[in-house]
Design a binder for this molecule. Structure first.
Ligand code: ATP
Ligand code: MG
Length: 659
């Protein structure tokens, strides 16, 4: 009775312990703890059947006290043997293999869920079937309770999972919504009649509308002009056929301005798969379009500039191959565009002797990044198709584009320019020369003409004075006066003569009339008689030459006069006439003041006089005339001189004058 009472109260307690929790592990825990404490058991566990295969059953531990394995496998046959007929079983050894615990076990079947495992080491009696049998009802109840809390837990898990999925979906929806609203692509949704259902902010910003202003309106009528509508119709047709695609079109914004976009359109379907409209994504390409237009304009401008340029324009790549060749280049170099495009520049317009320098220059640029030709205006020689070499003016620019090097040259034929420049320089020099001549002439005339004139006037006055005031004439003085007048008049005559001759020479109007002449005879008659003190000698076998007597006399007279003039009070000058194989040489040698070396170079220039002439009178015209007259005979004049020692002038007359 006592036992029965105890049994009753245990069952009652156990049933209490299993009704309270929704958590199967807590329920199992309450139950096992209560059972172990009341029955003095060493171990209790609840195993749930997790997997049922043909040979093995897998159990997962729901709760055990003390705590042991969580999972175990037993053979299906063993399980059947234990629980084939009974709701519970007892045994000496564990169904679940355990080496640590060897003692007495009882197993109670937990409905279809699994089983309760109980173990006692010290009181085998307590595990007799009578002990555990009355618990079968409680076990059923426990199974029910665990089952429902398992179901409850699964339900909760399912709910949590669904909630999670819903949240994820919502988050994703929000994400896409945000993307759509904030994306820099304009998005618009229309129905099958093009009625606007939605538009994102970018779309509204693009065209300047607000959402309420456009909702429910016809997208086509609102945003497209006639031209664009036609284009759009073709695209709509494609949408109707269920095709998506993208195309460029000009939309009209709220202010009537054109906005270029690329539209990517796609049909829109409802859940049932019916087409309910379409979605268009708009990429604003106004900026690109503007750039493209600007680029095209610049390109055209450049093309125009290239074609119309007065300079030849040539572009080459880094290998020196010709890429561009404008019409002016065709004119300048004679090569048609088609003939030279792709050819190496150095094989076309660079003269042969500059070709290697050109190639070296290119190489040097790529090695060092420097080139003296670049960005500077230079003058070089070019070659045209006909082989003519001519001067050009050239500027080369280096352009680097997309890692490629290009060189563009502006070239201009400057042959004419150069010629006229040279002519101008020449004319300028001539002008300068004339100016100096003029000023030299003025200073010379004022001095050289005035001196003899003054002398004449003074002597005339002195003669007059004598005639009027002297009772007796001093003949010697009178003769002196008259001789001075005569010399000065001579001097004036000679000077004026020389000036006239220089004038004639400048205009090439000197009369030249050579005749077959015995030079010795002419010399004696015209020179030696005037200058009897000169030491004269003849060398070689005499022969006759064609000579202009007047010019010859002028030549020799000047040279002999100079020899006397510039060697006053010294040894007499010498005159040698030499007949040679090539022609006649006439040498006038003096022992006078000589000609300083620094003056020798300019001696034959008109009006030029050496720095050592002192008071000796002269105009500096004599030698200039002599040189010209000798030249008219086909000959030439040389001299050698040493200051303070003397001078030799040699005139060469050729046998056969070369004209
Ligand atoms: P003119 O026109 O009267 O002959 P000029 O004798 O000075 O004047 P040139 O005969 O042309 O002129 O000679 C030019 C200059 O050469 C002279 O002024 C003089 O300085 C120098 N010269 C010419 N002959 C001699 C000479 N035999 N010895 C030294 N100097 C000379
Ligand atoms: Mg002279």
């Amino acid at each position: 009775m006592n036992d029965a009472y105890q049994q009753m109260s245990l069952l009652y307690e156990l049933s209490l312990s299993i009704t309270k929790s929704d958590d199967p592990a807590t329920t199992a825990g309450n139950f096992i703890r209560k059972l172990l404490s009341r029955k003095n058991l060493n171990y209790g566990a609840i195993w749930l059947l997790e997997n049922q295969e043909e040979k093995y059953l897998t159990f997962r531990q729901l709760y055990s006290m003390p705590h042991f394995d969580h999972e175990s496998r037993i053979r299906a046959g063993v399980y059947k043997e234990y629980f084939g007929h009974n709701r519970y079983g007892t045994g000496t050894y564990s169904l679940f293999e355990s080496n640590e615990r060897r003692g007495y076990y009882a197993y109670i079947k937990l409905g279809e869920l699994g089983l309760i495992e109980l173990y006692s080491r010290s009181h085998p009696d307590k595990l007799k079937p009578e002990v555990v049998y009355p618990m079968a009802d409680v076990a059923d109840q426990l199974a029910l309770s665990i089952k429902s809390s398992l179901r409850y837990r699964r339900l909760q898990e399912e709910i949590a999972e669904r909630e999670k999925a819903e949240q994820l979906l919502k988050a994703q929806e929000e994400k896409y919504h945000r993307i759509i609203e904030n994306i820099r692509l304009g998005l618009i949704e229309v129905d099958n009649d093009n009625i606007i259902l939605h538009a994102n902010q970018s779309f509204l910003d693009l065209l300047g509308w607000s959402l309420p202003e456009i909702l429910g309106k016809n997208a086509k009528e609102l945003f497209l002009d006639d031209k664009a509508q036609k284009k759009m119709e073709r695209q709509t047709q494609r949408r109707l056929e269920g095709k998506s695609g993208s195309y460029e079109i000009a939309l009209t914004d709220k202010n009537g301005n054109e906005k270029w976009v690329v539209i990517s359109g796609a049909p829109n379907y409802n859940k049932e798969g019916q087409r309910i409209g379409s979605i268009g994504i708009h990429l604003d390409i106004s900026h690109q379009k503007r750039l493209a237009e600007e680029f095209a304009f610049k390109e055209a401008q450049l093309e125009n500039f290239f074609g119309e340029s007065l300079d030849a324009l040539i572009t080459i790549d880094k290998h020196g191959n010709i890429l561009q060749w404008n019409p002016q280049a065709e004119k300048t170099f004679g090569f048609d565009r088609e003939e030279v495009i792709g050819k190496a520049l150095h094989e076309t317009i660079i003269p042969h002797n500059y070709r290697s320098a050109h190639q070296k220059g290119m190489k040097n640029f790529f090695d060092t990044g420097e080139g003296p030709v670049l960005n500077n205006r230079i003058e070089i020689t070019a070659l045209d198709k006909s082989g003519r070499e001519f001067p050009i003016e050239l500027t080369v620019f280096h352009i680097k584009h997309a890692e490629e090097h290009f060189f563009t040259a502006f070239l201009r034929d400057i042959s004419e320019l150069k010629e006229s420049r040279e002519n101008m320089v020449k004319a300028l020099e001539k002008q300068k020369e004339l100016n100096t001549l003029k000023s030299q002439f003025i200073s010379m005339t004022s001095h050289e003409l005035r001196t003899p004139l003054t002398t004449i006037r003074t002597d005339v006055e002195l003669v007059n004075y004598q005639l009027e005031n002297m009772p007796e004439l001093d003949r010697k003085r009178l003769r002196n006066n008259l001789s001075r007048i005569d010399t000065s008049a001579d001097r004036l005559h000679q000077l004026i003569n020389n000036i006239l001759l220089i004038g004639q020479m400048d205009t090439h109007k000197v009369p030249f009339a050579p005749v077959d002449t015995d030079i010795e005879e002419l010399l004696k008659k015209k020179i030696l008689t005037q200058h009897p003190t000169i030491k004269y000698q003849v060398e070689g076998d005499p022969y006759r030459l064609d000579i202009d007597h007047k010019l010859f006399t002028h030549i020799m007279e000047n040279l002999v006069q100079n020899a006397y003039k510039y060697s006053a009070d010294r040894q007499e000058p010498e005159l040698t006439l030499q007949f040679g194989e090539a022609g006649v040489k006439l040498m006038v040698k003096d022992h006078g003041i000589g000609i300083p070396e620094r003056d020798q170079k300019r001696l034959f220039e008109t009006f030029y006089r050496a720095s050592n002439v002192g008071n000796v009178q002269g105009s500096g015209l004599g030698l200039a005339i002599v040189k010209e007259f000798v030249k008219l005979h086909g000959g030439f004049i040389t001299f050698s001189s040493k200051e303070s020692i003397g001078t030799i002038f040699t005139v060469h007359f050729p046998i056969k004058p070369v004209k």
